[in-house]
Design a protein around this ligand. Structure first.
Ligand code: ADP
Ligand code: MG
Length: 340
C-alpha cells in the first residue's frame, strides 16, 4: 500500500504571495502570504486571501500579519501555520497512504535557522521529503532556462519585500545582489507621497491599487489619471482626489532607483566571461514587481542591455519548483538543502 499514491508539491513561499503546485493538477493555491489572528486568545482566524482583506482594516483584537514581511521570516510560527494549512488543503489522500515530496522556493537571503524552520514546518504538515531552492534559481528553472549550461543568465526577481538579482550558470548562483526593496516599498512610497503632498491618508492596500492602476518607472506614451479616496490629515474627513501617473512615477523614484542600482551592482560583480553572455542574452525579469509599467524600459536605458519580462512573472518560481520535482535527479545540484 505504501508509496501507492505519489504526491509532489511545489511551493513558492513569497513575501507577498504563496503559490502551491500539485503534480497532475497545476497551480491550485495562489494566495497572499497573510495570516489573521485574534490577539485576545491567540487564535488564527483566517489565512491567505481572506486574511489579506483584513490588512489595515481589522477591528480591535483581530490583526492581519504578514509573516514574511521583509524577505525574511518575521514570524516562524505563523509561517508554519500557513505552510501546513496549505499543504493539508491540497492533500488528496490520507497521510498514512501517501507522504508528499515538497520543493519550496525560499528567499535567497534565508539563514540556516530559517531554512530549518521552513523544512520543519513542511515536515510537520506531513511532507516526507523537503527540498529547498533559492527563488531566483527556481524562477530560472520555471522559465525554461537551461540552468545546467555554462552560459550566464541574469535573473532579476522583484517581489514584495525584496528584489533579488542573480547570475545563474552551471547549476549555481554565480553572483547575486539582494535589496530589501520591492513592491512593498513602492506602496509605502505612494502612501508617503500622498500624505506629504496632499495631506491625504491612504492605506497600503489602496496604495498598491494605485501602483497597479497608474504606477510606472518610465514616461508613458499616454499618461494616466486615477480618482483616489482617502482621509484628510487636517479635517479627518474622507475626500477624493485625481492623481496622475507622472506624480506616482515621481513618488516611486526612490525604490525604483534602488532596484536599478542593485542591478548595476550585480553587473559590476559579474565575472567578465559571464558578462559577455548577459550582453548577448539580456536580463530576464520575474516577480510581481516586474509588472510595474516601464520598469523594463528604465533598466534597459540605464544598463544598455536588453531586458525582457517573462510571461506570467508571478508564477515562474512555483512552476520552477514543480519542474524540479518532475526531474529531481537532474535538478539535485540546484537545491540548497534536502531533508529526506
Ligand atoms: P513575492 O515573491 O515576494 O511573494 P510576488 O512576486 O508575488 O512577490 O510579487 C508581489 C508584488 O508584485 C506586490 O508588491 C504587488 O503589488 C506587485 N505587483 C503585482 N502586480 C503588479 C502590477 N501589475 N504592477 C506593479 N506591481 C505589481
Ligand atoms: Mg517571489
Amino acid at each position: 500500500m505504501f508509496g501507492l499514491f505519489s504526491c509532489d508539491i511545489g511551493i513558492d513561499l513569497g513575501t507577498a504571495n504563496t503559490l502551491v503546485h500539485v503534480a497532475g493538477q497545476g497551480i491550485v493555491i495562489n494566495e497572499p502570504t497573510v495570516v489573521a489572528m485574534d490577539r485576545k486568545n491567540d487564535r488564527v482566524t483566517a489565512i491567505g486571501s481572506e486574511a489579506k482583506k483584513m490588512l489595515g482594516r481589522t477591528p480591535g483584537a483581530n490583526v492581519a500579519i504578514r509573516p514574511m514581511k521583509d524577505g525574511v521570516i518575521a514570524d516562524f510560527q505563523l509561517v508554519e501555520i500557513l505552510l501546513s494549512t496549505f499543504i493539508k488543503r491540497v492533500q488528496k489522500y490520507p497521510l498514512f497512504l501517501v507522504k508528499p515530496r515538497v520543493v519550496i522556493g525560499v528567499p535567497s537571503g534565508i539563514t540556516e535557522v530559517e531554512k530549518r524552520a521552513v523544512t520543519d514546518a513542511a515536515r510537520m504538515a506531513g511532507a516526507k521529503e523537503v527540498h529547498l531552492v533559492h527563488e531566483p534559481m527556481a524562477a530560472a528553472v520555471g522559465m525554461g532556462i537551461p540552468v545546467e549550461g555554462p552560459a550566464g543568465n541574469m535573473i532579476v526577481d522583484i517581489g514584495g519585500g525584496t528584489s533579488d538579482i542573480a547570475v545563474i550558470a552551471l547549476n549555481g548562483i554565480v553572483c547575486n545582489a539582494s535589496v530589501r526593496v520591492g513592491g512593498d516599498e513602492m506602496d509605502e512610497a505612494i502612501v508617503n507621497y500622498l500624505r506629504r503632498t496632499y495631506n491625504l491618508i491612504v492605506g497600503e492596500s489602496t496604495a498598491e491599487q494605485i501602483k497597479w492602476a497608474i504606477g510606472s518607472a518610465f514616461p508613458l506614451e499616454e499618461e494616466l489619471t486615477m480618482e483616489v479616496k482617502g482621509g484628510d490629515v487636517m479635517a479627518g474627513l474622507p475626500r477624493t482626489m485625481t492623481i496622475t501617473s507622472q506624480e506616482i512615477r515621481e513618488a516611486l523614484n526612490e525604490p525604483v532607483t534602488a532596484i536599478v542600482d542593485a542591478v548595476k551592482q550585480a553587473l559590476a560583480l559579474t565575472p567578465p566571461e559571464l558578462s559577455a553572455d548577459i550582453l548577448d542574452r539580456g536580463i530576464i525579469m520575474s516577480g510581481g514587481g516586474s509588472k510595474l509599467r516601464g520598469l523594463d524600459a528604465r533598466i534597459r536605458k540605464e544598463t544598455g542591455l536588453s531586458v525582457n519580462v517573462i510571461d506570467d512573472p508571478l508564477l515562474c518560481v512555483c512552476k520552477g519548483a514543480a519542474r524540479i520535482l518532475e526531474d529531481l535527479d537532474k535538478y539535485r545540484p540546484v537545491l540548497i538543502s534536502s531533508t529526506i
